[in-house]
Design a protein around this ligand. Structure first.
Ligand code: DGT
Ligand code: CA
Ligand code: CA
Ligand code: ZN
Length: 570
């Protein structure tokens, strides 16, 4: 699937170039769409090309198909090469800076010679950007803010991205190693990841050689006897090969977090023990007492085994000592997805496909939650179309085509706090998610409180509205919302899309402590995004949640009973 990623990148870049040049929005969107379709394609694009089936891909037209063909025949796409000669590519990266539009960028390029990130930073700092026609301090302030967010994103990657890279590496190296595991922040399922850490035991030479030859490696940064570092998709991956008997200690050490390890080391010291990546040793005698497995390391310190997601020094060591760690919700305990879009609004899958895919994933249910009327660009459903959709869903369910589909909606919350659809249709639904999608800065707290109080709303979608690396949460009194959600029996979402993870771990933990139930939903718009539920489970585990706190672990009948009355004491 290497070529899928590469082609998607090229099409995205072409769209960037065209956007910068001020080309027609229609053409730009065609390339963007092609990039997205190819990226989410479950099949190998090269295979489709060889079988002459490019044009059968939904969303790929004649023109794009011929460009893909050119790519496989000539190794590149002519149009891409031309644009590259015309405009410096490092400039295109700046299109990803939030609040900096292509027009402003073009102006900065032509008037100030801004060609890269450094130039842009300087132009913001020395005031030259503010002096350009049509600019001014307010606009530049927004760009400065966007630049900050952008720089954070340059240093770190999304958990979902990291997981995909990590699994490609595991897939490639597993046959060569005796033991192998992800470590670091990725193993802890932190929402963003700096670099990937991989740990293995086995034949050093073979493993390290295999590692640097992993398909997709673009650069070998270092290659030694026991460790190596590579770049893959421009992201750094560190591998260490350790001795079999040191596996547990090494895995414990390199999983971190640093704060957790520091605390653990202090605790060990009080017990006359020294803990390192090589083992747990008696300070007095120097004897090595543990280190083959992680369990052994924790047990020797008088602790319950602490799952990686909890290792942030947020009270887990104290809890493990008192044997009161939560029994975390498991990755295999989720029985369904509670936020999925279909072709009826801005998704690409049809309802039957979703039912089948749900069954393939072993789900009991998927909630279909398309957008509502006022989301015009997303083809939001009005009452009439929603009624129609409910009928189709009931029909699919009666024919037992796949997993059960819950008839639902992601209903928009208006600026005045009212909902976007009539209650007559809302009350027919199995699952109502209410979300804010516009006018973010207008009374977000009041609007969410009103949604909690609505008797028809089961769940608040992506409650803080943040988008990782691109949009901060809207100003919100989250405590007030948690109190209202608890009082009204409204669930809060852990939106499990890699860009959102909203609520985050800290907020979700607080929600649970206040008696609020959590609902996981991928917000998938394509079949190829349903896997992101794992990210949501990761957040739930980092939030100390047990299965009873997470609605998706409830069997269908129980969930329906709850949504009909249980979670709502309204
Ligand atoms: P990241 O990569 O920024 O997302 O975060 P981590 O946690 O993966 O950090 P990284 O890659 O620097 O190091 C991996 C693990 O190695 C880290 O979680 C704990 C361990 N480690 C690294 N440096 C130190 C250190 O100076 N002291 C201790 N106790 N542990 C360390
Ligand atoms: Ca790391
Ligand atoms: Ca590292
Ligand atoms: Zn939404």
């Amino acid at each position: 699937m290497e070529k899928n990623r590469e082609l998607a990148k090229i099409f995205d870049r072409i769209a960037d170039f065209l956007e910068f040049k001020g080309d027609s929005i229609y053409r730009i969107n065609a390339y963007r769409k092609a990039a997205r379709v190819i990226k989410d394609l479950p099949e190998d694009i090269e295979a489709l090309y060889k079988e002459d089936r490019l044009k059968s891909i939904p969303g790929i037209g004649e023109k794009i198909a011929s460009k893909i063909q050119q790519y496989f025949e000539e190794g590149t796409i002519q149009k891409f090469e031309e644009l590259r000669r015309e405009i410096p590519e490092e400039l295109m990266v700046l299109l990803d800076v939030p609040n900096l539009g292509p027009k402003t960028l073009r102006l900065a390029y032509q008037s100030l010679g801004v060609r890269n990130l450094e130039d842009l930073k300087r132009a913001v700092k020395d005031g030259s950007l503010a002096r350009l026609p049509g600019m001014g301090p307010k606009k530049v302030d927004k760009i400065r803010k966007g630049l900050e967010i952008f720089l954070r994103g340059q240093e770190r990657m999304l958990l979902g991205e990291a997981l995909q890279i990590g699994e490609r590496i595991l897939g490639h190296l597993s046959p060569l190693a005796i033991r192998i595991s992800l470590a670091g922040s990725l193993r802890r399922m932190k929402e963003t990841v700096g670099d990937l850490d991989v740990l293995a035991t086995g034949d050093r030479h073979n493993i390290i050689q295999g590692f640097v030859e992993t398909p997709g490696v673009t650069e070998v940064l270092a290659k030694g006897e026991t460790k190596a570092s590579i770049l893959m998709d421009d992201r750094q991956v560190d591998l260490r090969v350790v001795k079999e008997e040191e596996w547990g200690s090494a895995l414990q050490y390199f999983t971190g977090s640093k704060e957790h390890n520091v605390h653990l080391r202090e605790m060990a010291k009080e017990r006359g023990l020294k803990i390192s990546e090589y083992g747990v040793f008696s300070i007095e005698t120097g004897d090595r007492l543990a280190g083959t497995t992680e369990e052994e390391v924790y047990h020797l310190l008088g602790l319950e085994y602490i799952p990686p997601e909890l290792r942030e020094d947020r009270g887990e060591i104290e809890a493990a000592r008192e044997k009161r760690l939560p029994r975390l919700v498991g990755y295999d305990q989720v029985k369904g997805d509670l936020h999925v879009h279909s072709r009826w609004s801005d998704g690409t899958a049809d309802l039957e496909e979703l039912a089948r895919e749900g069954a393939r994933l072993g789900y009991e249910y998927i909630a279909i939650t398309d957008h509502s009327r006022s989301m015009k660009i997303a083809h939001g459903l009005d009452e009439r179309r929603l009624e129609e959709q409910i009928k189709v869903i009931r029909d699919i369910n009666s024919r037992r085509i796949g997993c059960h589909l819950l008839a639902g909606i992601e209903v928009d919350i208006h600026p005045d706090g009212s909902l976007d659809l009539d209650e007559a249709v809302l009350k027919e639904l199995d699952w109502v998610v209410a979300s804010i999608h516009s006018h973010f800065h207008q009374d977000a707290t009041e609007r969410l409180l009103a949604a909690c109080r609505s008797p028809w709303v089961h769940c608040i979608g992506h409650p803080t509205g943040r988008i990782i690396f691109s949009r901060d949460p809207y100003p919100l009194d989250l405590d007030a919302i948690l109190r209202e959600a608890a009082a009204t029996g409204t669930a809060l979402e852990i939106n499990s899309h890699q860009d959102r993870l909203d609520l985050n771990d800290i907020h979700a933990r607080k929600a649970q402590e206040m008696g609020v139930k959590l609902a996981l939903g991928t917000d998938a718009h394509h079949l190829g995004q349903l896997w992101m539920i794992r990210l949501g489970i990761g957040v739930a585990r980092r939030a100390w949640l047990e299965s009873r706190h997470v609605l998706n672990t409830y069997p269908l009948e129980e969930l329906l009973a709850l949504t009909k009355k249980g979670i709502r004491r309204k």
